[in-house]
Design a protein around this ligand. Structure first.
Ligand code: KIV
Ligand code: NA
Length: 263
């Protein structure tokens, strides 16, 4: 099928067709997910945890993300490929640009960075230089030590206002996509309705423009504690292929996420 681009995603948002995204770290899974119709493949820095056994995403290096990005890019035919910029790789606009170039040259079509309004200058710097950006707001795992753990964000009026301001700021700076992690459903809906760019939720309710999960979580192979927003799509599936297809169908028809996966 046809290549998925930023234009495809805006058109899907406008048409009310949900966007499907999964993390992916190698060529074989990239090929499988692509065949199942997953539109966006994310080389998440979650690779530090699910592939390498680290206890957070902080130890992940740019070289590791580039290595996995190149593998995914070789395996995928149509999907849009988004690569995470790891912890410490986008402290200034210039540093972000130099590092993002490495990921784009490895095969990414877009880079993802964690944070809101403070990233405005960086997002502008990257997008002016032809690097599309996905912002990641809400629960941002690279900030785990500052947040005091992996906690639902935007629960107070003040933090909800801050999250909305962050979403508007990253959009104004030129972001093409916003991942929103672990916030109340009502806030996910409000942000999605306020923005004109697509929102991709993970624990942000069913009203986002699309959904993302970590592949090891949705296939039930991650040994750690299962977050509330995770559904194991291997339950009732007879193959990995069927589980990925079930995920695509469930996101498209709005049956995932269900109430039990939301905050
Ligand atoms: O690294 C990752 O897997 C992510 C997703 C959870 C959005 O950033
Ligand atoms: Na990530």
């Amino acid at each position: 099928s046809k290549a998925v681009t930023v234009t495809t995603l805006s058109a899907q948002r406008a048409a009310g067709e949900k966007i499907t995204m999964l993390t992916c770290y190698d060529a074989s899974f990239a090929s499988l997910m692509d065949r199942c119709g997953v539109e966006v493949l994310l080389i998440g820095d979650s690779l530090g945890m699910v592939c390498n056994g680290h206890h957070s995403t902080l130890p992940v290096t740019l070289q590791e993300v580039a290595y996995h990005t190149a593998a995914v890019a070789r395996g995928a035919k149509s999907a849009l490929i988004v690569a995470d910029m790891p912890f410490g790789s986008y402290g200034t606009p210039e540093q972000a640009f130099n590092n993002a170039v490495q990921l784009m040259q490895a095969g990414a079509h877009m880079v993802k960075i964690e944070g809101g309004a403070w990233l405005g200058d960086t997002i502008r710097f990257l997008t002016e230089r032809a690097i599309p950006v996905c912002a990641h707001i809400g629960l941002t795992p690279q900030s785990v030590h500052q947040l005091g753990g992996y906690k639902v964000q935007g629960k107070t009026t003040e933090s909800a206002e801050q999250l909305k301001a962050d979403a508007l700021a990253v959009q104004a700076a030129g972001a093409s996509l916003v991942v929103i992690e672990a916030i109340p459903t009502a806030l996910g809906k409000e942000v999605t309705e306020t923005l004109h760019i697509p929102t991709i939720g993970i624990g942000a309710g069913p009203d986002c423009s699309g959904q993302v999960l970590v592949m090891h979580d949705m296939l039930g192979v991650f040994p750690g504690r299962k977050a509330r927003f995770v559904r194991n799509f291997m339950d009732g599936a007879t193959s990995i292929d069927a589980a990925i297809s079930a995920y695509v169908s469930a996101v498209k028809d709005g049956s995932f996420p269900a109430l039990e996966h939301c905050f």
